[in-house]
Structures are given as C-alpha cells and as structure tokens.
Design a protein around this ligand. Structure first.
Ligand SMILES: [Zn+2]
Length: 76
C-alpha cells in the first residue's frame, strides 16, 4: 500500500487516491489486475494505475463519468 499519489499527467496537480478499484484484464500479460481510480481535484480528469504497479504512469479511466458522479456528492 502506498499513499503517494502521482501528479496529474494533464495539469500536474496531486491526484486523489479513492478506495475504488476496477478489475481489468491487462493486455500486457493477460492477467486480471485491479486498477486504482485517481480523480484529479484540479482539472476533473480521472486516471487509473495498476494496483500492482503503483509506479506506472497513470492512464485515462475507461469510465470517468462513474467516478465523477460518485465524487459529485450524490444528487440524481
Ligand atoms: Zn488534473
């Protein structure tokens, strides 16, 4: 576990680490690996990193609207 969030590739702000995981099949090695969601509090972009590769560069989240909706504090 690490709490060090990487900077946003888009604007350079520190990303937030939310306890939100997405199970994906990684094309690199065909393994099922969790991805950690990293929403940017500054520009609103949502990124992910592989949970077992926290030092890898963030990639765009495939479903950013899900995270944005959840982060938005409810409503409908
Ligand atoms: Zn940003």
């Amino acid at each position: 576990m690490t709490d060090a969030a990487p900077p946003c590739p888009s604007c350079g702000a520190a990303l937030r680490v939310v306890g939100d995981f997405l199970l994906c099949v990684r094309e690199d090695d065909g393994k099922r690996v969790c991805r950690t969601s990293l929403p940017c509090p500054s520009c609103g972009a949502v990124w992910t990193v592989w949970a077992d590769r926290p030092d890898s560069p963030p990639e765009p989240h495939p479903f950013p609207q899900v995270i944005r909706k959840r982060e938005g504090g409810g409503g409908s």
